[in-house]
Design a protein around this ligand. Structure first.
Ligand code: ATP
Length: 439
């Protein structure tokens, strides 16, 4: 089995468009830079990734609650968080070719990497998108599109704690859109200006923070393995002192070996009591927690796990893509874990007669309430298998002559290409065993 690496990104981008995973936004108008739309298969994959995250972070834990905060928040939130002042990247322009760069990503800040031209002085560029609320576009109506979902959690810390009757340590999880006016977006959906985050903020007693930090670091790494990302391509990267964000005491990134370099997939940060203390200062509201068992009052420390939905999805596609050299041809397969695959099962009638289409359609209808299923009667069965391999469908069920006699079907495994013959009434059980996520 061989994986072609050089032009892998081009192949992924093309497959995404052709099969309906990801399209360029506003394509008919020539597109808009670094914005993407998810097509029918893309949205299924995205939904499944988010669901796996939600299950492991919220549903299976008694100590994490969910939240869905508004994208637009009081502008003071971003002053308190430090974003108005400090959420900047150093921007330089080439005086010759006019290309823009992030100075911290250049090896030589005096010379343009594209044309060798002279670069301008560094300017700090704030990454937050601004807009106005209401009919007047003055300073008083200025609001920001949130650059991270985390702040929605911090300002709701006590609301959630009281409503859910949780005791510290506990966490709040949220999935939602975030916006950053990135200077250099790129690498397909790796860095975009509008993206989705899956963030969890875990509130702990000061002094227990490093212990919890270690716990979440390991948990988060396990999750990528669990959704099927190759372990060997993942690694931790500890932030050095010069890399640490203004709020962080300790930070680790989970990185993946992308074809364009080993890059961040998720950040795990010990944000100390920075955020709650700042919100207390700026809002004048007491953000402390009272432990009624120990009778202590304190501002909890926060351990944050912050992952990108789009980046995880891109990772899953890259990681799953394989061009397999067979005897006669090449098979393109997405080895997506059955847990996140957009379509779980495809059902084919061997031929378009003898009642086989009706039986196959009936099987699809029986699967649909539980899993995404697809009916296909077009072309030779081999071609139908290939179409499903290319979009990562783990199981293909075929209705053949024997089905008409004994109510059994063949079920073919995408990865091994082996076929089992099972009874129609065992299909659901067969799929459950392989797809269901049980804790
Ligand atoms: P980078 O250094 O790559 O700009 P960051 O350290 O600013 O990222 P965080 O603020 O830690 O990123 O964001 C948490 C996660 O959100 C990232 O690990 C990534 O998965 C996702 N993310 C951040 N920015 C973007 C973006 N522009 N496009 C897509 N996903 C993003």
């Amino acid at each position: 089995m061989k994986k072609t690496k050089n032009d892998l990104m081009e192949k992924i981008v093309s497959l995404c468009k052709r099969k309906g995973f990801i399209f360029q936004s506003s394509e008919i108008y020539g597109g808009i830079a670094s914005c993407y739309d998810y097509g029918p298969l893309g949205i299924e994959l995205k939904k499944n990734i988010k669901e796996m995250w939600w299950k492991s972070m919220v549903q299976f834990r008694r100590d994490v609650e969910g939240l869905d905060a508004a994208i637009l928040m009081a502008p003071q939130v971003w002053e308190a968080s430090g974003h108005v002042e400090g959420f900047t990247d150093p921007l330089v322009d080439c005086k010759e070719c006019k290309h823009r760069f992030r100075a911290d990503q250049l090896e030589d800040v005096t010379k343009c990497p594209d044309c060798g031209g002279e670069l301008t002085e560094e300017r700090q560029f704030n990454l937050m998108f601004k807009t106005h609320m209401g009919p007047l576009e003055d300073q008083g109506s200025l609001v920001y599109m949130r650059p991270e979902t985390a702040q929605g959690i911090y300002v709701n810390f006590l609301n959630v704690q009281k409503a859910s009757r949780q005791k510290v340590p506990f966490g709040i999880a949220q999935i939602g859109k975030a916006f950053r006016n990135e200077i250099t977006p790129g690498n397909f959906t790796f860095r975009t200006r509008e993206f989705e985050q899956m963030e969890m903020q875990f509130f702990v007693k000061p002094g227990t923070d490093q212990e919890w930090f270690e716990f979440w670091k390991e948990e988060r790494m396990k999750w990528y393995d669990f959704i099927g990302v190759t372990k060997e391509k993942l690694r931790f990267h500890e932030h050095g002192k010069d890399e640490l964000a203004h709020y962080a005491k300790t930070a680790y990134d989970i990185e993946y070996e992308f074809p364009f370099g080993t890059m961040e997939l998720e950040g795990i940060h010990n944000r100390t009591d920075f955020d709650l203390t700042r919100h207390k200062e700026f809002s004048g509201k007491d953000m402390s927690y009272f432990d009624d068992e120990t009778r202590e009052r304190y501002i909890p420390y926060i351990i944050e796990t912050s992952a990108g939905v789009d980046r995880t999805l891109l990772t899953c596609l890259i990681d799953a893509y394989e061009e397999e050299q067979l005897e006669k041809d090449t098979r393109v397969v997405l080895h997506l874990s059955p847990k996140i695959a957009p379509i779980k099962a495809a059902v084919f009638p061997l031929v378009k007669r003898d009642g086989m289409p009706e039986m196959a359609q009936k099987i699809v209808e029986d699967i649909r309430p539980h899993y995404m299923a697809f009916y296909d009667q077009g072309g030779a069965v081999g071609r139908r298998y290939r179409r499903m391999d290319e979009v990562g469908t783990p199981y293909c069920i075929t209705v053949d002559t024997q089905t008409l006699e004994d109510q059994t079907v063949t079920i073919r495994d995408r990865d091994s290409m082996k076929q089992d013959r099972i009874s129609i009434d065992k299909i659901k059980e067969y799929l459950d065993e392989r797809i269901l996520f049980v804790g």
